[in-house]
Design a protein around this ligand. Structure first.
Ligand SMILES: *Cc1c(COP(=O)(O)O)cnc(C)c1O
Length: 366
């Protein structure tokens, strides 16, 4: 069998265990998954209604242009319809972009650690990946700009960054855009944008006219709570979107997903409630870390990367035995941290108790 050299040796995405699996294997009554930054409140009830209604049409191909969703999204963002590119999740927008833009010999610039799909898709297209280490958990845009060379096609800025939760400020991002040549695409991946509660966050949509090389990524998977339906999109200059569009499959977002995303978009109250709960829980979690001397990175997302100063795997195991699935930092480039998605208040309280119990246990052993 012959696969492309660039694909040889690549590992497929390793999904974590589902709550059901963990429940069965460990004989637990209740398992809470706080590992994938999903919305602990689910989705707006309007989503299930819209998806159900869409099912009468399963025999018919979806609207390949996602017209209804496109119109509503564009009007809410204040952009034109043809400035949007919808994907089967924003993951797919990354894939479409890499497929359309990169060839062997090109390179991309990203931070490290960051969202792994930039690297994964670039490698498949035969491109080199220039990774610039985070500084104290934050993007080092200066260093990233200086890595750009004549073969650089895309720079990925994950803002807020997954897995550190940190954000890049407005002035810093603006100064960065000024330095990047206009034939290099800058992606601002804003998967957690709805959760951002600082004033110092770039208003990237307002920069698209000035920077036709800027592509903003958003998703319905996180704050809107419809990760399983798979809808995300890119927003950019009309020419940029049109140039990349041929890399998209004709029916990449399905009818249920389009209907669900449209309903999610319209239920502003649901979104607001989720976002305020997240902000409150974040403050509580950060305070918990401070009071107990646990290192953490300041988060602008719906998760926290924190350390109880033990190997991430030990913390992961302890939490899993007690009914919580989190992300082990060892797989994320932070070997003594875990990444925990903020859950419902009662679950956050319980997981904090478990972290304290683990520290007690360790202190007792020593
Ligand atoms: C979750 C996530 C996405 C992808 O979400 P989709 O479900 O594919 O829309 C993109 N970027 C980052 C940084 C993420 O954390």
């Amino acid at each position: 069998m012959q696969v492309k050299p660039s694909v040889r040796g690549l590992k497929p995405y390793q999904p974590g265990k589902t709550p059901e699996q963990v429940r069965e294997e460990l004989g637990l009554e209740r398992v809470v998954k706080l590992a994938s930054n999903e919305n602990p409140y689910g989705a707006s009830p309007e989503v299930a209604k819209a998806v159900t209604e869409s099912l009468v049409n399963v025999a018919v191909y979806p609207d390949g242009a996602a017209r209804a969703l496109r119109k509503e999204t564009a009007s809410r963002l204040g952009v034109q319809d043809n400035q949007l590119l919808f994907g089967n999740g924003s993951d797919e927008v990354i894939l479409i972009l890499c497929r359309a833009v990169l060839e062997h010999g090109d390179n991309i610039v990203t931070a490290w650690p960051t969202f792994p799909q930039y690297r994964h898709n670039a490698v498949i297209e035969g491109a080199e990946v220039k990774e610039v280490p985070l500084q104290e958990g934050f993007h080092d845009l200066q260093a990233m700009a200086s890595e750009v060379d004549s073969r650089t096609k895309i720079v990925f800025v994950c803002n807020p960054n997954n897995p550190s939760g940190t954000h890049t400020g407005a002035d810093e991002f603006r100064a960065f855009m000024k330095q990047i040549p206009e034939d290099v695409i800058v992606v601002s991946d804003e998967a957690y944008k709805e959760y951002v509660d600082t004033d110092d966050y770039p208003d990237t949509l307002s920069m698209i006219d000035e920077y036709p090389n800027l592509l903003v990524l958003r998703t319905f998977s996180k704050a809107y709570g419809i990760a399983s339906l798979r809808v995300g999109y890119g927003v950019g200059n009309v020419e940029l979107i049109a140039a990349v569009e041929p890399g998209r499959e004709p029916f990449n977002t399905n009818s249920a997903a389009q209907a669900g995303a449209l309903a999610a978009l319209k239920d502003v109250q649901f979104l607001d409630r989720c976002v305020s709960s997240n902000s409150a829980e974040k403050r509580k979690f950060e305070q918990f870390c401070e009071e107990n001397g646990f290192h953490y990175y300041p988060s602008q997302a719906n998760f926290i990367l924190m350390s109880v100063d033990l190997p991430g795997g030990d913390v992961f195991d302890h939490l899993q035995r007690n009914g919580f699935i989190v992300r082990n930092g060892e797989a994320l480039g932070f070997p003594r941290h875990v990444r925990i998605t903020f859950g419902r208040p009662e679950d956050n309280d319980r997981i904090q108790e478990e972290l304290l119990a683990l520290r007690q246990e360790e202190a007792g052993v020593d």
